[in-house]
Design a protein around this ligand. Sequence first.
Ligand code: ADP
Ligand code: ZN
Ligand code: ZN
Length: 725
Amino acid sequence: MTYSSPALIQVALDAPLDRLFDYLAPEATAADIGRRVRVPFGRREQIGVIVGLASATTVPQEQLRTAIAVDRNLPALPADILALARFAAGYYQHPLGPVLLSLLPPALKRAAFRAPPPAAYALTEAGHARAAALPARATAQLRLAERLIDGPVAAESLADLRTALLAWLKQGLACAAELPRPGQPADLPPTLTADQAAVLAAMTGHSGGFTAWLLHGVTGSGKTEVYLRLIEGTLNRGGQVLVLLPEIHLTPQMVERFGRRFPGRRLVSLHSGLNDGERLAGWLDGLTGRADIVLGTRLAVFAPLPRLGLIIVDEEHDASYKQMEGLRYHARDVAVWRARAADIPLLLGSATPALESWANAKRDRYRLLSLPERAHAEAELPQVRLIDSRTDKPKQGITEAMRQALADNLARGEQSLVFINRRGFAPVLYCRACGHVSQCPRCAAHQVVHRHRGGYQLRCHHCGLAARPPEACPTCGSLDLQPAGQGTQKVEDTLAELFPDARVLRVDRDTTARRGAFAAMREAIANREIDILVGTQIVAKGHDFPMLTLVGVIGADQALMSTDFRASERLFAQLMQVGGRAGRAAHSGRVLIQTEYPHHPLYAALVAHDYPAFAERTLKERRQAEFPPWSYQALLRCDARSMAEAMAFLETACTLGQDLADGVLLYDPVPALMPRVANRERAQLLVQSASRARLQRFLTPWIGRLREQKTASLRWSIDVDPLDW
Ligand code: ADP
Ligand code: ZN
Ligand code: ZN
């Protein structure tokens, strides 16, 4: 197609307005669609993405501005990624511009670009000084670049330089200078178990093209081995593979395992823990087709991969696939859409599938596959036992039965894990005289007691505010203030008192915050330098600790009391996962759960390792209540300086939606479960429909109307398929 010059381009910009912007671009052609462009915007410049050419514009001639530069150094975003962004923007009701810009690695959102880099640059003096302080790897990269350019390399800052060089290297120059690979022999694949073979036969026997498979396999059943075989097949056919994983923490372990199996292939990981240069390099490897396997967290679902042949979503039930701000997408659901659009297979794997996925399998939208047993012949599923804490009363949170089991395990020289999903020392500071509990002054939340420099500190887990504990009760003046209840730190202390000779390690967000801390802990555990681990769900995810034979669970009952209808689903998944840590190899494991509700059906299903029973029962309850997956929801959230203001906006929103609501139910606005955070009052309005299509037809015009409202001092957002309340 040819356009009469000067061409008009439609540009997506990171602006809150849900529209595209027209610019003049004299030399632009259809080949520039998907390319970055620098344009004047107001009195500044912005980087945008060209999403189309136009033959006419409604912008008056005198206001029409000219684009400054089109980035032709980098390959354009391919059409399928533009389509994916359009889908995500439409489905999640978010403007296309911010969606598209958020797909780019951060380095490409900022980096200025001009003509291709000239043959020689000169590094400023300050730049040289900083270069001298670089780690060896970065220095090596610079040397490599200098060799390739055949002269000195330079830019205003070192960061700019590295970004520019990396981008430039990826354009092909680097092909001549392949970095040497460690010459590792490949891991030999094990002989498949009969169940694994059956799963693979079902998948490979199926005609090509799009199919969504749900692989339900108990922990240790060999799901990852199934992934590896499928990947091998796809790679042999020349395809790229995208593997999504829930946690950054997990990625190094998986990367190692994949790397050992496919030593000759280019493996790339993509997650937010990488620095800008690494992220850009990985992303470009995908885009140029050089990466064979991309392992990443949720953001990787948008990675451009021209030869994509298979998508795998591991632990597909994991809540971290849902982004909680900006574009509130669910990476699993985006993956389903992407696989369908690309007409390739998609595999979702989990020991405890999301009830949405289980229902989809029951409704034949997904095909169900299962691995009901552990892969190692000798590794049996752990024995799960309940401790009735009404009769065996806990002391400092630990029942006698639990203490005894820990003591026995210690005597045998085996590792134990005490799981409690609460970090800090104690959930509240409590006045024994009047019953006052510590309250965050900025939030409708308790302050949590944390150990701090030999004393205590009160911290709010919602706004982060930290304060010294008061000397006396702010209500009655009593000095009898006590930390009440258990957190990981207190359990750590209690265990140290009970077992003075044991080596106890606490693993929670507070102890793993530093980069590398988690890896060091994992190593200490693997080297058997630890006897008892105390941890939150962080330890539960996917780690293989062969010497761990006992898991004790405390404080789980709380989730049963929650007002969130998804709490029991989350609890079940968490306990299955944490229980799955016990006895992975030749040692059989035990799980002990302290509870005041030993007859609760959720625990009964856990004891029987019966996910399907739990799922069927919970789905039945959800059907009666018309909750998802039997309905589709969107949540309009609003926060303002006063609750009245927030509620008034939602009332208006309700009114604006009335005439659009065909087959869609608008609930009354209500204060949020956490009605105040950081001095902002929060309210919400739930919209629900039995039909996803109807909900979508309602949302688009409704959100359009809401965007026209003047909302100076309040903030609102729409969350489609919300997971949190
Ligand atoms: P999952 O991903 O379901 O937790 P993995 O694939 O990690 O399971 O397998 C669990 C353990 O069993 C690993 O140590 C793995 O090496 C081993 N394993 C997997 N498949 C086989 C097999 N066919 N034969 C022997 N061991 C296997
Ligand atoms: Zn008091
Ligand atoms: Zn707070």
